[in-house]
Design a binder for this molecule. Structure first.
Ligand SMILES: [Cu+2]
Length: 164
């Protein structure tokens, strides 16, 4: 008699643990489904980004990136954008950015994971641009490069985008 009662009690305790575990898992899944990670980078009048590496965690499902022009030169002379590509697409994307021209904000027509508008340092602006992009399809440990598509800038203005 006592054994049966004990077994029933034990079963209900086990069930509680299982349910609790499921709830925790569910909560983790919900959290993982919507995690926006913020990144900031700026470009200056000396044709440089302030960062050569940008890192996010694999758990980030979205990235909110802000590019700011920290200088004073207009975007016609020293414009900067931020273009993210697979490193294997980088050299092709540099050429494609130039071909796209200022009308397309020097953003390549294809193989672009994400890109901002062209920003300038003077009041004509814009001084900054914020974009949001999904990390869907991007791999942890993958090889990604970001660069500025303004003609001639990418040799100095580039960096690694790392998912860890
Ligand atoms: Cu630039």
């Amino acid at each position: 008699m006592l054994i049966v009662e004990l077994l029933v009690l034990l079963r209900s305790v086990v069930m509680k643990f299982v349910l609790k575990g499921l709830l925790v898992l569910l909560a983790m899944t919900v959290t993982a489904q919507a995690k926006t990670c913020k990144l900031e980078i700026s470009g200056n009048d000396a044709m440089k980004f302030d960062k050569s590496v940008l890192k996010i965690k694999k758990a980030c499902t979205k990235v909110k990136l802000t590019l700011t022009h920290s200088g004073k030169l207009p975007k016609t002379a020293m414009g900067h954008n931020w273009v993210l590509v697979k490193t294997s697409d980088f050299s092709g994307a540099m050429a494609a950015a130039m071909q796209a021209g200022v009308a397309k904000e020097y953003v390549p027509a294809k193989n672009v994971i994400a890109a901002t508008k062209l920003v300038g340092g003077d009041k004509k602006g814009p001084k900054k641009d914020t974009i949001e992009f999904s990390t869907k399809g991007l791999k942890k440990g993958g090889d990604y490069t970001y660069f500025c598509g303004f003609p001639g800038h990418a040799s100095m203005m580039k960096g690694k985008f790392i998912i860890e």
